[in-house]
Design a binder for this molecule. Sequence first.
Ligand code: AP5
Length: 218
Amino acid sequence: MNLILLGPPGAGKGTQAKRLEDRHGLVQLSTGDMLRAVVASGAPLGQQAKEIMAAGKLMPDELMIEMIADRISQPDCAAGFILDGFPRTVPQAEALDRMLEEKGLKLDHVIEMKVDDAALVERITGRYTCSKCGRGYHDTFQKPAVEGVCDACGSTEFSRRADDNAETVTTRLAAYHKQTAPILPYYQARGVLEAVDGMADIDEVTGQIEALLKDKAA
Ligand code: AP5
């Protein structure tokens, strides 16, 4: 099963992708995480990525297309993958179609996570992750069972993303509406677009996604 989670910054794509990964044995392909790994590695591309991400703008299409083409060719993707953060422009969506066709693969689900802009700033500015295992949390919506201790690995070190501030979120949202939202009619026209209410609580959103997966599998 190959699927795309689409939605604005903070919609819950990463949160739900992690759950689907655990439940269905799929691989989460988060282009944001890939770029943050490049930045952390100190590779030459890292400086450009760091500046663009900090400004809340999008990286060049060719680069992102090459990154995903390389990633989905790897053996661990054979059992299925969840795209989280890609495609983000119509040229990326078109390139993905060509990539999948070449490999004889198809998209089983393109799921839009609908969330009001007003809720996104609160979600993003309250987000933090475990520095050791990467598990995601939120100051209000997703706290660890024991304050200050990661549920998954017991670490007490956490970090926040450099682009998770109110100012950058505004630019990221504008980029979403201008450059990414046009993907929705692209997939709608192909009859593969589905949607969930991303304003619901985290477990409920998972339930809605699972229902879509089950419906199509039936
Ligand atoms: P990326 O890392 O992809 O960021 P994003 O799309 O802005 O998405 P986020 O990771 O911020 O949000 P999310 O939807 O995963 O939400 P989450 O589950 O964490 O990209 C970063 C940058 O990289 C881009 O700005 C761009 O520069 C570059 N980039 C990446 N891909 C690119 C591409 N293809 N082309 C060009 N450039 C690219 O949830 C957020 C918070 O809310 C969490 O704390 C969570 O606990 C909480 N939460 C989640 N769901 C709920 C819920 N239902 N109710 C309440 N709280 C919730």
